[in-house]
Design a protein around this ligand. Structure first.
Ligand SMILES: [Fe+2]
Ligand SMILES: [Fe+2]
Length: 183
């Protein structure tokens, strides 16, 4: 498989470069997970009342408002259905995917409240607000463990080159990127 040319579609700091392309879609999903971990660490700092910079705040907001919705669609519309098709029923991957799908629903429901709190930075965090942020980050980390430890390793062995091509095309379409490059 050719090395991804689109690795710098987003840097590890979360910036987006619209002209570049996604390489291996599973690598891109893994990179989204690293970005999500960074965002969780920033949220922890806010809860601990450690000041974050305007750039770091923008990183959180960009991830929650722009990148996370695409990421959830990448998994829900492409990755999970492909996994269900490629895995044997006795592997019971469906149970893991049911759990992850439920998590996605909670993330979609909870993200707006987290965004509002991040935007209101500067005001003192109430105990309730701290709990909202802490729980969001805790759930996100638990979710990432399952996806990184179970879903992505199996996906790398089971999905076909054609699966990856379709997934990549859809991921690029979602982000308004050119969908012509081979993986
Ligand atoms: Fe994910
Ligand atoms: Fe997920």
């Amino acid at each position: 498989m050719k090395k991804a040319k689109g690795e710098n579609v987003r840097s590890p700091r979360g910036e987006t470069a619209k002209k570049n392309r996604i390489g291996n879609p599973l690598d891109f999903i893994a990179e989204d997970h690293m970005r999500e971990r960074e965002v969780c660490a920033l949220i922890d700092r806010l809860v601990d009342l450690v000041a974050i910079s305007a750039e770091e705040r923008a990183t959180i907001l960009d991830f929650l408002q722009e990148q996370l919705p695409h990421h959830l669609q990448d998994e829900q519309i492409d990755l999970f259905p492909m996994m269900l098709e490629r895995c044997d029923p006795e592997e019971e991957i469906d149970k893991v995917i049911d759990r992850l799908t439920s998590d996605h629903g909670h993330a979609i429901a909870d993200a707006p409240a987290v965004v509002a709190l991040i935007k209101a930075q500067g005001r003192e965090l109430t105990p309730e607000a701290s709990t909202v942020l802490t729980e969001f980050a805790r759930h996100a980390r638990r979710h990432l463990v399952l996806e990184n430890a179970i879903i992505l390793p199996i996906a790398r062995t089971r999905l076909t080159k054609e699966d990856l091509r379709i997934m990549k095309d859809h991921m690029q379409e979602r982000r308004g990127l050119d969908a012509t490059e081979e993986i």
